[in-house]
Design a protein around this ligand. Structure first.
Ligand SMILES: O=C(O)CCC(=O)C(=O)O
Ligand SMILES: [Fe+2]
Length: 238
């Protein structure tokens, strides 16, 4: 693994995909914990307005809060730490590990940025670990638009628009995806039984720990802690 090369690719593209980063046994163990927690048909936790406006059908779970040690293994991986450091620099910090579960027929996620992009030096880094294959049969592929982490706020418009330069990611079991929180991204609707990903979020030194409290969608800015739309972006463009 050429860490410097990968880090420079990350900074050009705003994302990075590395297949076979984690071994199958660890992925199977994590997947089993996730399925034990959720079952196949869990309830949603977000409020109606958010679910409707963001077209986001994701149920979060924070497994480290329950002390499940298998989820510490990716976080403690020396290769992942070294790569994170090459990208973020000294004194970066962990935010949290969040499992995201989407059930069959659910919508995935609309285009968004995880945190406000106005200050380029403050952002979250998504370190996404896939414990199952995501492909055109299962649905739920992750779409990204390269280099948009450099372009400021996502444009106002159709929340699920197709862009000519979008890239479709179909991560496999064991794939690691590193995704800058300001890179425009979305998740396609889920056709299979369910879709799971686990995000080990972290951030560079000097970034507040609540950096992901406000996400930017093409139609709104949404604050998770208060459960409110803090800016209706469509209205401003009427
Ligand atoms: O699950 C994924 O592939 C991406 C989810 C996402 O939007 C995020 O982790 O910020
Ligand atoms: Fe996201």
């Amino acid at each position: 693994m050429n860490i410097q090369k990968l880090a420079s690719e990350f900074w050009q593209q705003g994302f990075l995909v590395i297949d076979n980063f984690f071994d199958n046994e660890l992925m199977d163990n994590c997947q089993q914990h996730i399925m034990t927690h959720f079952g196949e048909d869990p309830d949603f936790v977000h409020n109606e307005e958010f679910l409707k406006k963001s077209a986001t059908d994701v149920i979060p779970w924070f497994p480290q809060e329950q002390g499940i040690e298998d989820f510490d293994i990716p976080n403690n991986d020396q290769r992942l730490k070294a790569l994170t450091q090459a990208i973020l620099g000294e004194n970066w910090s962990n935010l949290y590990a969040m499992v995201m579960f989407s059930k069959r027929g659910s919508k995935g996620q609309a285009w968004h940025q995880d945190s406000p992009p106005e200050d380029k030096s403050k952002f979250n880094l998504n370190r996404l670990v896939y414990s199952m294959d995501i492909n055109e049969h299962i649905g739920g592929q992750t779409l990204v638009i390269p280099a948009t982490h450099l372009e400021g706020a996502i444009t106002v418009g159709d929340i699920n628009q197709d862009f000519a330069n979008q890239v479709v990611l179909s991560p496999k079991k064991g794939t690691l995806v590193l995704l800058h929180g300001h890179t425009w991204h979305r998740v396609l609707n889920i056709k299979g039984q369910y879709r799971v990903s686990t995000n080990y979020r972290c951030c560079p030194a000097g970034t507040p720990s609540d950096i992901t409290d406000i996400a930017v969608y093409r139609n709104m800015r949404y604050q998770f802690s208060s459960g409110t739309v803090i800016e209706d972006r469509l209205k401003q463009h009427e």
